[in-house]
Write a protein that binds this ligand. Structure first.
Ligand code: MG
Length: 376
């Protein structure tokens, strides 16, 4: 096959890969490319070392469990990753046990994305990070076969990628607090996590030295709707952009009450995981926070973003503590969203990949095929 007909076949593949309806016919493009073989899945646990310990209520966390995934096909390798912060209920054992159940070698055509991912989803319930790792590796592989990054396959303009936020936490020592503020300087948006004490002090410390936009993550911390409204009003006077998950996810009526009155948009995070949750979220929230480890990967994350837009909602893209593998995969979607919170790779000391760059506070997607990463 010459280069021209290969490109033509690849372009056909792009359309099929992006359109689930056409996927039943998707066997053709890969045959035209002359590729053959079976999907070969392999994986290994990889403990992420955090650059700074996470301070929790009663303990500190210095590592995050993670599993690195590869799918090989016809001489190409797609990379994926499952990151498992403990509160999500997955572990190295549960992810490896899920991946061990998979028989991807039954598939000889990686372009049958819909069929393969439907199979992966049907093997066991939940296991969202494990499913995401396969989805990400498969997207990486497909993009490499087509020779295109996913933002192009989706028809997105990389210059529309948003600024990303960087999280700051309170420190009682003024010098330490100042050092933390200095660390946020390259960023155009700073995220403050609330409900850990000193909420207003953190915002005030930042405001004394900077007019940087602030976004707030209450992490379900506000349980009184009147107090939540007073806090939203206080934050709105201080150039805050939005509040993420203001109240516990079960308090849907109270959140809807708050939304009707809050001067700031309310974004659902813990409330939602996957596609069907977007419609429920629209009843009480102005927007959603999509994360690949919740959505089971890029395929459903893209659908969630489209659905949220159709419902008139705002869209935010977040991540867990992850290597540049999963964060760069998420970045491929970032031109579709209003806000990005893609700093997970900056929080670890042992990243294995080169990928997403934050330049002048903005998400910058590498010009490489697939999800855009290279092993370091
Ligand atoms: Mg959050």
């Amino acid at each position: 096959m010459n280069r021209r007909s290969f490109l033509k076949a690849s372009a056909l593949g792009l359309a099929f890969a992006a359109s689930p309806i056409s996927l039943s016919a998707a066997g053709e493009p890969t045959r035209q490319t002359g590729r053959s073989g079976r999907l070969n899945l392999s994986f290994e646990p990889y403990e992420l070392k955090l650059r700074h310990a996470f301070n929790l209520a009663r303990s500190q966390r210095t590592t995050t469990p993670d599993v690195q995934v590869r799918i090989e096909y016809d001489g190409l390798v797609g990379y994926g990753e499952a990151s498992m912060p403990p509160y999500l209920g997955e572990s190295v054992d549960s992810v490896c046990s899920f991946l061990n159940k998979l028989d991807l070698a039954q598939f000889s055509d990686p372009f049958r994305l819909e069929e393969i991912l439907h199979y992966v989803d049907s093997v066991a319930e939940n296991n969202r990070a494990a499913k995401a790792s396969v989805d990400i590796a498969l997207h990486d592989l497909l993009g490499k076969i087509m020779g295109q990054p996913w933002y192009k396959i989706w028809g997105l303009s990389p210059e529309n990628a948003p600024n990303t936020s960087f999280t700051i936490s309170y420190d009682a020592d003024p010098a330490e607090m100042q050092a933390k503020i200095e660390e946020t300087r390259p960023f155009k948006v700073v995220k403050v996590k609330m409900g850990v004490g000193h909420d207003k002090e953190t915002v005030e410390a930042l405001r004394r030295v900077s007019d940087v936009a602030i976004c707030v993550d209450a992490n379900q911390g506000w349980t009184n709707k009147e107090e939540a409204l007073a806090m939203c009003e206080w934050l709105a006077e201080r150039n805050c952009l939005f509040v993420e998950q203001p109240m516990p996810k079960e308090m849907i009526e109270e959140t809807a009450w708050l939304r009707a009155r809050s001067p700031l948009p309310l974004i659902a995070d813990e409330f939602l995981q996957r596609l069907p949750d977007v419609i429920r979220a629209s009843e009480a929230y102005d927007g959603i926070n999509i994360k690949l480890m919740k959505s089971t990967g890029l395929h459903e994350a893209y659908q969630m973003a489209v659905l949220a837009r159709g419902l008139g909602m705002r869209v935010m893209l977040g991540c867990m503590t992850e290597t540049s593998c999963a964060v760069t995969a998420a970045a491929q979607l970032s031109p579709m969203v209003d806000w990005a919170d893609l700093d997970g790779n900056l929080l670890i000391a042992n990243d294995r990949f080169d990928g997403i760059k934050i330049i002048d506070g903005k998400v910058t997607i590498p010009d490489r095929p697939g999800i855009g990463v290279e092993l370091l």
